[in-house]
Ligand binder design. Structure first.
Ligand code: BMA
Length: 365
């Protein structure tokens, strides 16, 4: 009898365990986005992206009391929205109501949901201020900033409050039914250059990697965010070899996507050379590490080449498995009107942009 009871107990325990534990863990919003991006690359699609697209344009700015997010220079030019919408969290760490480029965080949040519901993908960068000197992200007057915010550093506790505010924002981006919206999260970008306080000459390789690990551990393990797809993006100008690309890579356990930032400064030839080199390195790295490749930032300020989209950008992208290409913002401030990277109606590259947007290979919404 004792023997039978013991076995019955074991069987009952096994039934309870099996029925309590689902066979497959539920897919997170981040996993769903990774699958979608992987599928798009396999289908040979490249999504077009534009920074701050729904917040302002070359000659307009979203009204403070706006309730919908329909205005866009890209849409006004070609009748379609970018598939990828980029935004920046800079200023969230200071409790500012609006980011460093004057986008209110409330409008950012609501427009992310609107873009997501339109079928789009959102990517978030961060230009946080300098936690040691009090200057901005470009304040490189001290090479002790990263050291000071790592565990054991004087500014560690203070900086963790910044990560908390960034995480709060990302956690708050939800659809009406409470589902978190997936976000491509791209902090600590262009670190191969030395113009941000986390750049090449401002910290060691170990410190840079530790900064990523601290950011990841906090957001994923401590906060349990389920909507972040982690993206790595060195600056292309410094990518003299695949080794440089890999040197400060935070690790396969942290990163989901790999990209680079590369701008047009002088001639088509110069841009082709820089872009091709960076894409070759990125695509090979992505393949080797099982990650998704992207051109995380690019553009030609003022797009002063009427055929830039088809003869320059598309020409260099067309043979690569790239998930998306994002051009930078169209500033609207009076003294910044030369600072635009997408066309608007009447701009000299507008017709060519429409041809680019109509290509089967390119994905818009
Ligand atoms: C830079 C410029 C700045 C802007 C910053 C963050 O490339 O566009 O004007 O403040 O990005 O968006």
């Amino acid at each position: 009898m004792k023997y039978i009871l013991k076995h019955l107990t074991l069987i009952a325990t096994a039934i309870v365990i099996i029925s309590c534990c689902p066979k497959e863990p539920a897919q997170t919003p981040a996993d769903a986005l990774i699958d979608r991006l992987t599928d798009l690359v396999e289908q040979g699609k490249i999504m077009y992206g534009h920074q701050d697209d729904l917040m302002y344009g070359h000659s307009w700015k979203l009204a403070d009391d706006a309730t919908e997010y329909v205005q866009s220079d890209v849409h006004a030019t070609c009748g379609k929205y970018p598939a990828v919408y980029g935004l920046d969290l800079g200023g969230i760490e200071m409790d500012w109501p609006a980011n460093l480029d004057k986008n209110s965080f409330d409008h950012m949040r609501a427009s992310i949901v609107a873009h997501h519901e339109r079928g789009g993908v959102v990517t978030i960068s961060w230009h946080p201020r300098n936690p040691l000197t009090g200057g901005d992200a470009w304040d490189v007057s001290s090479d002790q900033v990263v050291a000071s915010i790592l565990p054991g550093g004087d500014k560690h506790e203070y900086f963790m409050t910044w990560l908390c505010k960034a995480a709060d924002f990302m956690e708050s981006v939800k659809t009406a039914d409470g589902t978190p919206v997936p976000l491509i999260w791209r902090p600590w970008h262009e670190h191969t250059g030395s113009w941000f306080w986390w750049g090449q000459k401002l910290c060691t390789t170990e410190q840079y990697k530790a900064l990523w690990k601290m950011t990841y551990d906090y957001m994923m393990n401590e906060r349990g965010l389920t909507n972040l797809v982690w993206s790595y993006s060195p600056g292309a100008g410094e990518l003299s070899s695949p080794e440089v690309y890999a040197e400060r890579y935070p690790g396969d356990e942290i990163i989901d996507m790999v990209g680079f930032d590369c701008y047009f400064y002088s001639t088509r030839e110069d841009y082709f050379k820089k872009m091709k080199n960076a894409i070759d390195i990125t695509v090979a790295f992505a393949k080797e590490h099982g990650k998704i490749p992207a051109v995380t930032e690019t553009g030609y300020e003022g797009v002063k080449d009427p055929k830039w989209w088809t003869e320059v950008l598309y020409e260099v992208l067309k043979d690569y498995p790239i998930s998306y290409v994002l051009t930078w913002r169209n500033a609207c401030d009076e003294n910044m009107q030369h600072h635009y990277y997408a066309p608007f109606p009447g701009q000299e590259s507008a017709d060519d942009f429409c041809t680019f947007a109509a290509l089967d290979h390119m994905m818009f919404l």
